[in-house]
Design a protein. Sequence first.
Length: 701
Amino acid sequence: MGKLQKKQVEEVIGYLQTGQPIPDNFKNILFPPERREYELVYDGKDREEDIIADTWGVPLQKVKTFNIPKSSPIPGWTNWLVFGDNLQVMKRMLDDPQVKGQVKLVYIDPPFATKQDFQGSQDQKAYQDKIAGAKFVEFLRKRLIFLRELLASDGVIYVHLDWRKCHYIKTVLDEIFGEANFQNEIIWQRLSARSDAKTYNHIHDVIYFYSKTQAFPFNSQYSEYTEKYIKKFYRYRDSDGRLFSIGDLTARGLRNGESGKVWRGIDPAKLGNHWKVKISTLEQIDKEGKIYWPPKGKVPRLKQYLDERMGRPLQSIWPDISPVQFASLENTKYPTQKPEMLLERIIKSSSNEGDIVLDAFAGSGTTCAVAEKLNRRWIGIDCGKFAVYTIQKRILNLHEETGNKGKILHAKPFTLYNAGLYDFKRMSELPFEDYRAFAMQLFQVRDNRHSLAGIELDGYKGEYDALIFNFKKQPDVVLDEGYIKSLHQYLSSRARSEFYIIAPASRVTFLEDYIDHGNTRYYVLRIPYSIIDELHDRPFQEIQQPVDEGDVNNTVEAVGFDFVIPPEAKLTYTMERKPGELLTLATITIKKFKSQAITKRPRIFQNRETISMVMVDYDYKGNGEGVFDLDVAFYRDEIEKDGWKVRLDQSQFGEKIMIIYMDIFGNELREVKIPADFGIRPKVKSVQKKATRGHVVKKGK
């Protein structure tokens, strides 16, 4: 404990006597953190133990497995694509032996660099508003702690940052992984030049490379020689036309053994040197024609043929990888997308085939796509539905070569999961045992069936009894105050100070989080969770979806979980001409759009304020259960500017068009339309999809 002044002691005693909480400014005095040689100190920094213990781990709800083999069963492992807050997902992964301690490579590109960050002072101000310094550092630090726990003992992590925050995060990485495990600071030169008269131009990103321990694999990579380099160093040519450079056959220092002897009349000792290899080896390589003999009297040199070299060993500065170009085949039109060549280099260097590669900020899915191409297993997590649909499409339309070129690649099976926002209908239709297991994971109840006063209970939440209300077995029973009173009468004195009941919110008739009877407090944990406040220091916070491109990588941290509640909408489908334009386009007009929320303090939303984006599959294949293949996305800001209209190019329509209207909480309203719904004739057969209008995502060819 730190030393308190007399006045501070009296102040603390006063808080204790009155039962008031002790202010945060006493925290580091009363309970000083363990001191390191140096560390980053800032407001809101929590202990590692508290971060791991207090994070709410949410279960994964399987949505769909893609690319299931028709002639064979699903393999034991399918790759993971997870929609949810990565902190809550990683807490759940700590309970999964397939993942904990098994991840060989982590690459993350944390969510603070959007396109707007590079466009001037106004956007830079928006950047600062979005991620205030200490808040962002702690946001990322929490995730780095979990990533360390998931890494194998010989695993490594790459953290991709820009110039604004890298110095803070470097210190945090030293704290979490140990300075001795810092391997490289990689400089990726993204651009060759920029124009900014106010300062030196920022043309690079920083990638920190850390290992978990000193035992880690590394596969050396090479960059191609440039023409300039070849002309400078490969100036010699054999009679057969092969280019070569020359290298030393001697090294500094005298030797008394064979390597110090005279060979072919040449004494290396006169130069203070010795031969690098044995005399017998010199004879052998000369016989192979690999020694260059300069004019008489000079030391022979070793021929190093250009066609036998793998390239220049990779250094820590990477100037040879360009950002994703607009017309590139790999361009998904997702902000901050990184090039496949960059991830190919990292994945090849620091993993082997069959290893698990994890990206907790998956974004456009470059890590997942390249891991698939290189025969690695992969896990991608993102809290954005737009990101998840982008990745889903990308994996289903892969091509073998870097840059998404070459032959079509049929990806291995991968499973889409929801974590934190669930389909209650799907959950409620599960057999009760599956529902029970899911509900217990939601509320972190330990599975341990037991009985108390003749009542069968399901387990323990902490040290206290917990009951999963069987709404399937008791379809006409509701949880009212009378139910709690009767339960208490049965349990009598055997009930301890706390008792937990988990039940659907629709079956609970009172608003309180708990009801007291005698010395027992009966907590009712409702599904959905969003109406519970009593059990947590932080209130429920749902994942937020973007309303414009600048929001795609917002750092909202979810707390708890909720269930899908489709928004209500009134929509019209017509053919209209945009003011000032001649072209008539298929037009959606959003006349009404309202989100619903089940909370004890319902929020009142105005019309259309909760729209996040509209996503479209122009050539949908299915009857509602098919694969949504994202073609174009429209953010709310552009929809609002156009009078709440979405303009589609009807020349791209297939026989069916699926439209997803998504709110800021990730809830979706899906509609399948045909061209006739817009007042145009449906086409007889599907047409090739083209990239036009809106934020288009190309189909793989």
